[in-house]
Design a protein around this ligand. Structure first.
Ligand code: NAD
Ligand code: TDX
Length: 335
């Protein structure tokens, strides 16, 4: 079975490729990745002799046509993924997330191939802190940022291609991931690498925002289950029930695990339009496909964070060169 993984040199796609090579050797994996600032070929070094790697852009219709013709399944991770960047320059988000997904859809339509589209909880907008509801598969779309609006657009395109052209596709919307190989612009690796560099963690605004944190391996196991057993045309919500810790508490957890005082962090400028709370109801995935996350509740999250801290401590060359550049960019935004 041939699997084409878009964005496989990024954080979640890279972990997906590692997971697939290790646990699902029946798949022949090809990665297509443009190696933007977020993609790093070194993420795939340990498995490079077991996969094919193509450097290229998902908006390149000719290339995608050729790659899709020669595969059985496309798993589509490639995206511009960082909200803060989308507030500075939205165009790459429109191009990659919307035009790129359109290009893939046209190729899978032509060659009658299966697609799994990776999406996010952010397409639903946000919840108030005291709202007992969680997002589920029928929550209406209400995205806030250019990033989430382009991801919402890409989900709508996939649904339209399923309904109008009978394309064989599934979609998953997952909550905030953490784990190894995550770019240090993102919240958790930024704070871990701050502490490892003797820089105080940076908390946006009051820090009362809540994210439903999930370890990247739990996400990728769910993606494999959907590939194995998901029903065509369906959407699956993925979340590990960690929606009870706010950003301030996550920083406090990290500081405790890394042996620093609980209040050793700075408050910095808030993100414009900052979503307050995400919370995911993944009952459909659990009951219909039998998915169960490993890193759930407070103990699971501690375990997942400790493993992530260990990875960044042991892989300094992977992030150290980028650190000054990332922090200079944030400093200009007062963050
Ligand atoms: P990432 O930014 O770490 O990686 C994205 C990868 O896509 C990079 O390797 C990059 O080089 C590649 N890429 C970007 N534009 C491309 C293009 N035009 N052509 C080919 N390759 C291109 O992102 P991530 O955090 O791993 O996210 C992967 C997917 O998961 C995205 O679709 C994102 O929306 C979704 N998602 C992420 C999270 C999260 O918490 N990180 C949560 C839910 C869903
Ligand atoms: O330094 C920081 N300080 C801080 O308080 C950073 C970088 C972030 N934050 C806050 C903003 C958010 O409330 O932490 C929270 C998480 O921020 P990000 O890591 O930027 O994630 P978020 O914006 O929630 O989006 C993530 O989850 C959904 C991914 O980046 C998206 O790709 C995914 O779709």
């Amino acid at each position: 079975m041939k699997l084409l993984v878009t964005g496989g040199a990024g954080f979640i796609g890279g972990n997906f490729v590692h997971y697939t090579v290790k646990h699902r050797p029946e798949y022949e994996v090809t990665v297509i990745d443009a190696l933007t600032y977020a993609g790093n070929k070194a993420n795939l070094a340990p498995v490079m002799d077991k996969i094919k790697f193509v450097e290229g852009n998902i908006c390149d219709a000719e290339l995608m046509d050729k790659l899709v013709a020669d595969t059985d399944i496309v798993v589509h991770f490639a995206a511009e993924s960082h909200n803060d960047n989308s507030l500075q320059n939205p165009w790459p988000f429109v191009e990659t997330n919307i035009v790129g997904t359109y290009t893939i859809l046209e190729a899978v339509r032509k060659h009658d191939k299966r697609l799994h589209h990776i999406s996010t909880d952010e397409v639903f907008g946000d919840l108030e802190l005291d709202d007992p509801n969680r997002f589920n598969e029928s929550t209406p779309y209400n995205p806030s940022s250019p990033y989430s609006a382009t991801k919402a657009g890409s989900d709508h395109l996939v649904r339209a291609w399923v309904r109008s052209f009978g394309v064989q596709a599934t979609i998953s919307n997952c909550s905030n991931n953490y784990g190894p190989y995550q770019h240090i612009e993102k919240f958790i690796p930024r704070q871990i690498t701050n502490v490892l560099s003797e820089i105080k963690p940076k908390l946006y605004g009051t820090g009362e925002q809540v994210r439903d944190w999930i370890h990247v391996d739990d996400h990728n196991e769910a993606v494999h289950l959907i590939l194995d057993k998901g029903k065509m045309g369906e959407t699956y919500i993925i979340g590990a029930d960690n929606d009870h810790v706010n950003n301030k508490q996550v920083i406090e957890m990290l500081l405790e695990l890394m042996g620093k005082p609980k209040d050793w962090y700075d408050h910095v400028n808030d993100r414009p339009g900052h979503d307050m709370r995400y919370a995911m109801d993944s009952s459909k995935l659990r009951t219909e496909l039998g998915w169960k996350p490993r890193y759930t509740d407070n103990n699971g999250m501690h375990e997942g964070l400790q493993a992530t801290i260990d990875w960044y401590s042991q892989n300094r060359p992977w992030w150290q060169q980028q650190k000054a550049e990332v922090e200079t960019k944030y400093a200009k935004q007062g963050q």
